[in-house]
Structures are given as C-alpha cells and as structure tokens.
Write a protein that binds this ligand. Structure first.
Ligand code: ADP
Ligand code: ASP
Ligand code: MG
Length: 423
C-alpha cells in the first residue's frame, strides 16, 4: 500500500476492497446549476455502483475573477488575509449546491470546506502550500457512505486563518487528497478532452495525448499550460498518484499522467506550452565587472520579485547588456527598481517590454535527439519571428518572442515537429 506522509492519521483504510475515487471538477464544469445537476446524476450512479467518492470543486466559472475585481473596487492592494477569506467563498457556493443536488437525488452527501476536510497549509496568503491533511473526518463521512464534496483551492493555516492555494489550486487539493486517502484513481474533469500537444484554443490542429509522464507534465505546467496547476503535478509525482485529465461532459478516456513505463513509446516532443504572464526588462551598457548581476538582481529579490529567465551579453568594449523576465504583475515595480539601479551604475538605457510570451517545447524524447533547438529556431525564423531570449533544460527549450507572434509561432512549431500526427 502506498504510504503518504501528507496523511497525518496513518490512513487506516477501513474500506479495503471498494474503490475510492477522488474527482475534481473545474469552474466551467460547474458553471451553471444545470451542469451541477448533471454531475450529481453521474455521481449518484457511481455511488449505486459502489464507488466511494471524494469530489473536489472549483468556484463556478468566472466567480474567482469576479470576487477579485470586487476586492479591487474597494481597495487598490487588498490584504492577503481578507482576499483569502473572500476568494475561498467561491468554492463554498459550488460544494453546497452539489451536495444539495445529490441530496435531492436521495444520495447522502456532505459539503466540506478545506478546513473541515483537514487541509492544513503553510506559507504566504493567496499562495499557501498544503503541509498535511488530517483525513479523520473525511474518512468518517466516507465510512457512513456519504459522498464527500470538498471545497478546492483552500485550507487553514496554523493560526486558524483561511488560506487559498493560488490560481488553479483545486487541482492540487484533489491530488493531495488522493495521495492522503490512498485513492485508487484521481480524475481531473475539465472543459477539454485531455492534455493536448498545444493549447487547443490557440492551435485547432492540436492532438489529444493518450499518455504523458509526470516529468513532461511538470514542464508543460511549469511553462504555462494552465490545464493542471504545477503543484498538483509535483504532488502526483511525489506520491505516485496516477492522474487522468478528462472532459467533464463526454465519454473520452482523456490523458493519463503517470510514471514512465519501460515499454512506452516516446515521441520526441510531447507538446508546446506558452506563458503570457511574464514581462521582460533590459539594462544596456552596464560595466562588465564581477558582481554586476548581483547588483542588479539583489534589489529585485529584496522586493520579493521572482526572476525567471536571465541573459547577459558581454560586448567588446567592456560593457554588457542584461535582460531578465519577471511576472507581469511585478513589471512596474521591477522597472522602477531597475531605473534606480541603472542611474547608480551609469547604464546606457533601461528598457521594458510587457508584451512578450514564452514558448516552450517539451518532451522526454528530446534527451536522445540532437538538433531540436536549431529546428525550432529555424521554424520561427522562417515566419519572421524574432527570438529575444533562449533557455534550455534536459527536456525543454524555451524562447521569448513578441506576444503578437504567439499564434504564428505555436502553429509553426506544431507543423515543424508534426505534432498533429500520432507518434
Ligand atoms: P478548469 O476550470 O477545469 O480548471 P482550466 O481553464 O484551468 O480548466 O484548464 C483547462 C484549459 O487549459 C483549457 O480550456 C485550455 O484552453 C487550457 N490549456 C492550455 N494548454 C493546454 C494543453 N496543452 N492541453 C489542454 N488544455 C490546455
Ligand atoms: N477558483 C480558483 C481559480 O479560479 C481555483 C481553481 O479553480 O482551481 O483559480
Ligand atoms: Mg484549472
């Protein structure tokens, strides 16, 4: 039996031979009461078949954005604590509605907030991490044959405050619960048929993948594919929870995300991810002396701004240009800091560009294939797309291009690597 350290009470399984499924439905899938009723019908049927069910829900589609905008109407920079309190309410609405819909069908169901489900968190408000899960209460409900419906994206910290897990956090709630309860399966239901070779909204020719390794999904999520929150994939890999991403309303078998199997045929490239959340900052004509990178990035780090890609170009006359990317939300603050440092260092220019996008090619098969990077750069060049930054890792190549070239670039890469064709 898999042992999960996230489970505090040892997970004594009293329901040994009946399957336990953890399912998660995203915002669009619970966006209307009609959809909630349809999900309730299916859950009631699964209960009749004898499955034990824990269902994690997101807030109804658009609700989290609506709550965020309400907060910003009354305060320019809402405090983390109150924002957590506000945002966590969206998920409570959907769990209460689904519990009621199940009860109406004569099926025992109970709605539980993150706190009631025993989810303990640590770390920053709005970006909390799950530290451990006390499953005692949840198991009691399951033992009484209830469908347990858990509010996604939230928990409680040591001081008893409600916390939220960052955008897309319900995925992480589901996977962490599956690990803690040693569930047989974890299903992530969403508004597409599974994980595709590229965002199907950008590339209509994108192909649904049957299978991905944790490693590939980690890179895709880390590089901006919002279909699964990065932390949920980290949990799945750590506790070896096989995940299936499926359509909420359809019969497709979706995409399985699991360990690499020995007999698994590997495509060179699994998919293309894009991330529109970053912005680029450049300082030109900085003296090329030891410690210069620390002089520039130190104050940025002191302001709690995370830096992603970094490039430094040395020129022949002893100057260098320094470019890096930050989250777009931090762009204005980072530019202000950079302008100040630029004056202190006597830099030639300080420039910024908010309208960039990071494109990444991901695939474990890349390890054994040379020349992927040059094919990528050539395909972009043929479309007249200028690359401003490049970074690589063992199974990923990322480039930064102008946001206006996003669609052209994704389609060019999809064509070049023949991703519409099955491997
Ligand atoms: P949910 O509300 O169910 O959590 P999300 O909006 O978070 O759904 O994630 C699903 C969306 O992810 C899809 O509608 C799709 O536009 C986007 N997406 C981005 N990259 C991919 C990809 N490679 N495969 C599938 N979907 C992707
Ligand atoms: N409701 C939250 C969001 O919109 C969490 C989630 O849906 O996973 O980000
Ligand atoms: Mg999501």
């Amino acid at each position: 039996m898999r042992h999960s350290p996230v489970c505090r009470n040892g997970c004594a399984s009293v329901w040994s031979d009946m399957s336990l499924w953890v399912q998660k439905y995203g915002g669009t899938s619970v966006g209307t009461t009609e959809k909630i009723l349809a999900i309730a019908e299916r859950l009631a049927e699964q209960r009749r078949q004898g499955h034990r069910l824990v269902v994690v829900l997101s807030a109804m589609g658009g609700e989290t954005d609506r709550l965020l905008s309400l907060a910003r109407q009354v305060h320019e920079q809402p405090s983390g604590r109150e924002l957590d309190l506000l945002l966590s309410s969206g998920e409570r609405v959907s769990i209460a509605l689904l519990s009621l819909a199940l009860q109406e069908l004569g099926c025992s169901a109970v709605g539980l907030t993150g706190r009631q489900a025993g989810i303990l968190t640590e770390g920053r408000p709005n970006k909390a991490r799950i530290r451990e899960i006390d499953t005692t209460r949840l198991q009691q409900w399951l033992d009484q044959e209830y469908v347990a419906i858990v509010a996604g994206f939230q928990g409680m910290d040591e001081s008893g405050q409600v916390t939220t897990l960052g955008r897309g956090g319900s995925d992480t709630t589901a996977v962490a619960l599956a690990a803690a309860l040693e569930a047989d399966e974890c299903h992530i239901y969403t508004d597409v048929e599974g994980v595709y070779t590229a965002d199907p909204r950008l590339e209509p020719g994108a192909r649904k993948l049957e299978h991905l390794t944790y490693e590939e999904m980690l890179e895709l999520s880390g590089m901006g594919s919002h279909v699964l929150q990065l932390r949920s994939v980290l949990f799945a890999e750590k506790y070896n929870v096989p995940l299936r991403v499926l359509p909420a309303f359809g019969s497709d078998s979706g995409t399985l995300i699991s360990k690499e199997a020995e007999d698994m045929e590997q495509a060179t490239i699994a998919g293309i991810a894009h991330n529109r959340d970053e912005a680029q900052l450049t300082m030109t004509g900085v003296p090329d002396t030891p410690g210069i990178a620390a002089r520039i990035l130190g104050p940025i780090a002191d302001a709690q701004i995370e830096v992603d890609m970094i490039v430094q170009n040395a020129s022949r006359d002893g100057d260098s240009d320094f470019t890096f990317t930050v989250h777009r939300n931090d762009y204005a603050a980072a530019l202000e800091i950079l302008q100040r440092i630029g004056e202190e260092l006597g830099a030639r220019e300080t420039l910024g560009n908010r309208d960039i996008v990071k494109l990444s090619l991901v695939g474990v098969g890349m390890r054994s294939h040379a020349g992927i990077a040059s094919r990528m750069f050539r395909a972009l060049a043929e479309e007249g797309v200028n690359i401003s930054m490049i970074s690589t890792s063992e199974i990923k190549i990322s480039v930064v291009v102008e946001e206006s070239a996003l669609e052209t670039s994704v389609r060019a890469l999809h064509r070049e690597f023949e991703l519409a064709e099955a491997a």
